[in-house]
Ligand binder design. Sequence first.
Ligand SMILES: [Zn+2]
Length: 347
Amino acid sequence: MEWFDRLLGRKHPSSSQKSASDTQLVTINWASSPPHLALLQRFLSARDAKDGAPDYWEPIFGMRPQCVIDGMVALGLLEPVPLLEKIEICHTGAELKKILSSRGLKVSGKKAEQARRLVEADPEGMENLLVHRKVVRCAPAVSEVVSTWVAEQEKSSEMAIDGVITALRRRDFKTAIRIADAYKESRFQFPNHPAQDAMTIKSAPRSIEGREADFATVFTLRPKILNGLQPEQWEGIYLNYAVWQLLGSTAPGKCAPGFTGVGAMDSATATRMLSFYVKHQSDLARMRESGIKKAKVIGIGGCEACFALKDKTFRLDELPELPYKDCTCELGCRCTAIDLARAKRIP
Ligand SMILES: [Zn+2]
């Protein structure tokens, strides 16, 4: 039964540990195993058991995630949903209409009504139609445990965000970094898709002092595209940027509450503009360091101002500040500058 033990996230028990009943072990183990809880979280609402978890999560469980899900079904942690609900989940509205009309039934109504009509007319036929699909959700007791865990996760995320913001407001970047790192270390996350990892350049880990210095610089930057921000709004955008860098997601409601925007930009766009500016400044520094003299502006942007810059070549010291201050694109300026040698290699 080794697979069974692995499923429950426990080492193969030695004979001396056999005192507790199996049921008890089962309950204790999944309920205290973050990967199992996170997997069960995906089944808080009903979904197809076959689309619960990708294969590349295998290293987390030490076995194919699908086996874990099948095991959870076998143990009753996940239970099948009633036929009506299954029909609603497995079929789109268009598919339901097609089945209804092929059976000479009225096609109108909401999905729930359509499903009910089909089941009333032919319960067995509908059962057979979906016999190969297994739609499951957490059993009620499991759902309760998983929801409590999810709420705890959310609470510790909130606490990390609040702690980071408080430290940032004091310009205590070191504490902000430490809080964020400790939080990220403690939380459970499934691994990224391998393709996503392959497209990410892994940079060498930076020292806390280096990261501290980066933030200290960013908090003094004034990209021209954001001209018109009020002091408290600048503060909000700096905070939102730093929270995003440190924790991986923004918290505009906490960092920039009541931000009414600058021009057409909301706080998310404004934050992105600050981050583009940081990126552009570091690109420029790198180009200067490697002796590059000219750069070409590559734009995707839709507005007139951006269009006027598109594909133009500038000497580095004459390159307009990017993101471009006169841009009126709703999503902000997307112009970037690349060195001319590279630009020539791109047809
Ligand atoms: Zn633009």
